[in-house]
Write a protein that binds this ligand. Structure first.
Ligand SMILES: [Zn+2]
Length: 339
């Protein structure tokens, strides 16, 4: 292991960070919401940069189809169906033991988001859907915390730092961004790894500026690029703030924070439905109850098969039912097996 004063030498030699900036990074705490392609790429860069505390939140498991672009994960993680944040935490701790990694396996709704932001200096968007981004946007507008939007699909990537009260928020811009459920997804249109790493680089650069206190240099433009077509677009946002915005305006109603929770949601492009938890579950007892239908059980989940359907139950009681897109059928399956 290199001497501690050598580890960040190439970064502290970079004048805008310097030794003082490095110290600020060591004291920083960042929420990474979603730990798929973007979230895991961002987490690795921030961990290597010496950010002191990373809180990783994701609801999903590592699958073999992730490995082409989600660089923290291995075949072994997929074989063991580890939750992404658990696999990410193990890998990140082996990269930088001084970085505190806080993995949280959870589906995030209005009740959870504020608690996840507590103590953080900023949040990074690694979400795969606009509902979650709007939740993050509302919570950050309410608390005044900056967050950094990022998304990619195909060879295309887009990113924007959002500084509540200082420039437009996500809701101010919603007419210029794809609406929830409207756009292509990585499952329908595919995704190439360089698009992920381009956006992760954009996000991490702005995060570093904010964390070392160089807010004046934070980008005030939306950037979008298509790596295959070779296009790069910069959209200036002066005057783009909506003076009556329901998230960042003078009398906000925070629509996403006040939306009723959805008991069952169809997972984007996945032939699967997630049923919200009713209560935490003792996994060992559940595995015993389900008996011979169980195909996988570990500390984090129990998975079982029933004909064409597969259920995966997490410790918080959340169930993902694969093989259906109808929430009613998914809930019926959950109730049939779990009561
Ligand atoms: Zn706004």
């Amino acid at each position: 292991m290199p001497a501690p004063d050598d580890r960040y030498s190439r970064q502290t030699r970079f004048t805008p960070i310097g030794p003082a900036g490095q110290q600020r990074l060591a004291q920083a705490r960042v929420l990474i919401l979603g730990c798929g392609a973007l979230g895991s790429a961002v987490a690795e860069q921030l961990c290597r940069a010496g950010v002191g505390h990373l809180r990783l939140v994701d609801r999903d498991l590592v699958e073999s189809s992730n490995l082409q672009r989600q660089t923290l994960y291995t075949e072994d993680d997929a074989d063991r169906a580890l939750p992404k944040v658990i696999a990410a935490a193990a890998r990140l701790r082996s990269i930088n033991a001084a970085c505190i990694i806080e993995p949280i396996v959870r589906d995030v709704g209005p009740a959870e988001i504020a608690g996840l932001l507590t103590g953080c200096d900023l949040a990074i968007d690694g979400a795969d859907n606009f509902a979650l981004r709007h939740l993050l946007n509302d919570a950050c507008c309410r608390s005044g915390l900056p967050w950094i939007y990022g998304a990619c699909v195909g060879a295309y990537g887009i990113s924007l730092p959002i500084l509540p009260g200082d420039g437009p928020c996500l809701r101010c811009l919603q007419d210029q961004l794809p609406a929830a459920g409207d756009g292509p997804t990585c499952d329908t249109a595919g995704i190439i790894a360089p698009a992920v790493h381009l956006v992760a680089a954009w996000q991490v650069a702005e995060a570093l500026k904010l964390l070392v206190g160089d807010r004046a240099r934070v980008r005030r433009e939306l950037w979008a690029s298509d790596l295959w077509a070779g296009t790069f677009r910069r959209l200036g946002l002066v005057g783009a703030r909506d003076p009556a915005c329901a998230s960042c305006g003078p009398s906000p109603s925070y629509p996403a924070l006040n939306a009723p929770p959805d008991p069952a949601i169809t997972l984007c492009g996945r032939d699967a439905v997630q049923v919200a938890p009713s209560a935490a579950v003792r996994l060992d007892a559940l595995a015993q109850r389900i008996g011979t239908a169980v195909i996988l059980a570990n500390d984090h989940l129990v998975r079982w098969r029933d004909g064409a359907l597969t259920g995966t139950c997490f410790r918080d009681g959340r169930v993902i039912v694969h093989g259906v897109t109808d929430p009613v059928r998914a809930r019926a399956f959950r109730d049939r097996w779990m009561g």
